[in-house]
Design a protein around this ligand. Structure first.
Ligand code: AMP
Length: 285
């Protein structure tokens, strides 16, 4: 069983002791409701460090008004057991008032790359993400931090923050773990009705369509977007928030892809009240 710590000072002491004993610490930040995607991150972390700390915190500051903060699935005992099974020695699960007490006033704002894609659809989201991740780094004192490619823009934001704020932390990114029909695993998939779940496979199909077009030599992004649009339009319950073909580093929207470039093809689509995101990286050659 993993040791579950809710107290910030206790977690900091445990991390300090581990460091003093020469242990390499990996942190895997999550919002809980752990699935195979999260567990893959924890296993990867265990390969790269002596001690894995999984954090489970549904971070209020990264949810906008009208988003699913209140109904986000919370299952702490199950999460602790799963995290331990995947190799976590500690689960850090603080309360929201402990993380953001009365008078809390400090936020991390990563500029520019937070203004597009998810940042455009969810104003303030990455301010909450960067803030909580830096706070979790301060509490868990990791040498390594493991994140999922599923949240591609989040990875870009954390990478920028680590660099800009001189964090001595190795960032490890794990490829997206998918269900057998291609749907990216997500805690939010639990919100889907049976019909929505069946139709949600269209997202990965649309991304793969675009990949195949690029591999077949298509360079015009409007054609890639048309193809994705057409595929998703075939799904009655899907409502597109955005489709994007962007440079993987700058996240700048592209008109054409060029040889040698790595492009991030990404989307956000609603099924009823559930908003799903997915992406693939394509190396153009
Ligand atoms: P979350 O609990 O959704 O905030 O996710 C916590 C971490 O798990 C983030 O780094 C996510 O990118 C990662 N993650 C979530 N779903 C997947 C997945 N299907 N495959 C790989 N990583 C994932």
């Amino acid at each position: 069983m993993a040791q579950v710590i809710t107290d910030i000072a206790l977690m900091q002491q445990a991390a300090a002791h581990l460091r003093a004993a020469g242990k390499r610490i990996a942190v895997v930040p999550t919002m809980g409701a752990l699935h195979e995607g999260h567990l893959t991150l924890i296993r990867e972390a265990a390969q790269r460090a002596d001690t894995v700390i999984t954090t489970v915190f549904v971070n209020p500051t990264q949810f906008g008004p009208g988003e699913d903060f209140a109904k986000y699935p919370r299952m702490p005992e199950r999460d602790a057991a799963l995290a331990a099974g995947a190799g976590a020695a500690y689960v850090f699960a603080p309360s929201a008032p402990a993380m953001y007490p009365q008078g809390y006033a400090t936020f991390v704002n990563v500029e520019r790359i937070t203004e597009v894609l998810e940042g455009k659809s969810r104003p303030g989201h990455f301010r909450g993400v960067a803030t909580v991740v830096l706070k979790l780094f301060a509490v868990t004192q990791p040498h390594v931090a493991v994140f999922g490619q599923k949240d591609a823009q989040q990875v870009a934001v954390i990478r920028r923050m680590i660099r800009d704020l001189h964090q001595v932390i190795e960032l490890v990114v794990v490829p997206t773990v998918r269900e057998s029909d291609g749907l990216a695993m997500s805690s939010r998939n639990a919100y889907l009705s049976a019909d929505e779940r069946a139709q949600a496979t269209v997202l990965y199909r649309a991304l793969e369509d675009a990949r195949k077009l690029v591999e077949a030599g298509e360079r015009r992004c409007d054609r890639l977007l048309d193809s994705m649009n057409g595929r998703i339009a075939g799904s009655r319950l899907a409502a597109i928030d955005y489709l994007s073909v962007a440079d993987a580093d700058s996240l700048e929207e592209l008109r054409d892809v060029r040889n040698g470039q790595t492009v991030l093809i990404s989307l956000a689509v609603r099924f009823g009240r559930t908003r799903l995101i997915d992406n693939i990286l394509v190396e153009v050659r």
